[in-house]
Design a protein around this ligand. Structure first.
Ligand code: SF4
Length: 369
């Protein structure tokens, strides 16, 4: 199959659902790691097509949701400075920091611009030599090559008024950290296809072998998800644990070697704090020492900022697959996309926003007769 429609075809989907129903004998808990997959599952009601024995839980694969509160506060602090143009993808603008968000900084006169690529931010730096242009480099391995390229170009062209506020996070260490938790209930994973287009799946092999947990690289269309679930359940029912690739049309075991080379020329692995989860060793990228002049944290001296989460928000438990959005007492009441208390309600890929936007478990007010 090559085209998108084939992955949404009702007959093919229904056959795959039947295959899963015939296969399942025991209860299983499977996590889809990626927020894009969560969105597909909730939008198409895929979890409701599955046998009752299969529980899908939503993982930490939404980059906006897992960017730490400290990092958001650092972004707010830098963006508030009068000599700065702060550039970001649009979905970061409404993520709440400790007291406000980037949209509030913009409305107060801060120069906050939405860009579609870090190279757009680099162009802004070239066109505004008297301003300091900062790009908020959030995301998983998928966005790292473009961010690395922007820094690489800046160095090559001798552009000095450009920097990155880096908050990159990595998928394999967070899967290992979920598996290590004494509360863990996840028995199999759908790994995010787009991350694997860059990094391949060889990094998952030691995790799968060590924790004896099936991991299936999976795409984003309804049929992709169902095939991913089928492959995970098949391994579980047969007592096997390995890495398989459902997304063969886009992903190779080795990934994209040139993109990896570019990443590791500019970045190195570091410990990273995940919002709601805490510090996970070796779970992020930072700029290598040779690119220190492009490191906004260092340039703007915001290292010391500490932050406190809203006590009402349980997004950490949601990101680890321990709870679902509707189990949060604030869901759809104090916390809505219009007034988010936590990042999982802000981002379009966040599990809370997906449940809210598709009306899952929302108690709507009774209609008057
Ligand atoms: S519903 Fe709101 S408060 Fe509750 S976990 Fe989600 S983002 Fe946090």
């Amino acid at each position: 199959m090559k085209y998108l429609d084939e992955y949404r075809n009702e007959e093919t989907i229904s056959r795959m659902v039947d295959k899963i129903h015939q296969l399942v004998k025991h209860p299983w808990v499977i996590m889809e790691v990626c927020g894009g997959q969560t969105h597909t599952i909730v939008k198409y009601g895929i979890d409701e097509l599955l046998p009752k024995e299969v529980t899908l839980v939503h993982g930490p694969g939404c980059p906006v949701c897992v960017t730490s509160l400290e990092m958001i506060d650092k972004a707010l602090e830098i963006a508030s400075r009068p000599d700065v143009i702060f550039c970001s993808f649009g979905d970061m603008l409404r993520v709440p920091g400790s007291k406000r968000d980037l949209l509030a900084v913009k409305s107060e006169g801060g120069e906050v611009r939405i860009v579609y690529s870090p190279l757009d931010a680099l162009k802004i730096a070239q066109n505004n030599p008297h301003k300091k242009v900062v790009f908020f480099a959030v995301g998983f391995e998928t966005t790292a090559p473009a961010n690395a390229m922007a820094v690489w170009q800046a160095k090559k062209l001798g552009i000095k008024n450009f920097s990155l506020l880096v908050s990159h996070v990595l998928v394999p260490p967070v899967i290992a950290s979920i598996q290590q938790s004494p509360q863990n209930r996840i028995q199999g994973y759908l790994a995010a296809g787009h991350v694997c287009t860059i990094m391949g799946w060889k990094e998952y092999e030691p995790i799968s072998a060590h924790y004896k947990v099936p991991i299936v690289v999976t795409g984003f269309e309804p049929l992709d998800i169902l095939q991913g679930v089928y492959l995970v359940v098949k391994q579980l029912e047969e007592g096997r644990a390995g890495v398989e690739n459902q997304y063969a049309r886009a992903v190779k075991r080795e990934g994209n070697i040139s993109a990896q080379r570019l990443i590791f020329n500019v970045f190195e692995v570091t410990d990273r704090k995940w919002r709601g989860i805490g510090i996970i060793p070796k779970s992020g990228y930072k700029l290598r020492h040779e690119f220190g002049e492009y490191d906004a944290e260092r340039l703007f001296e915001v290292d010391e900022i500490k932050a406190q989460e809203s006590p009402a928000c349980i997004s950490g438990q949601i990101l680890k697959g321990l709870k679902k959005p509707h189990e949060c007492p604030a869901f759809g009441k104090e916390c809505t996309p219009g007034h988010p208390l936590g990042a999982t309600m802000v981002s379009s890929e966040g599990a809370c926003a997906a449940y809210y936007n598709y009306g899952r478990y929302l108690k709507l007010p009774a209609m008057s007769p």
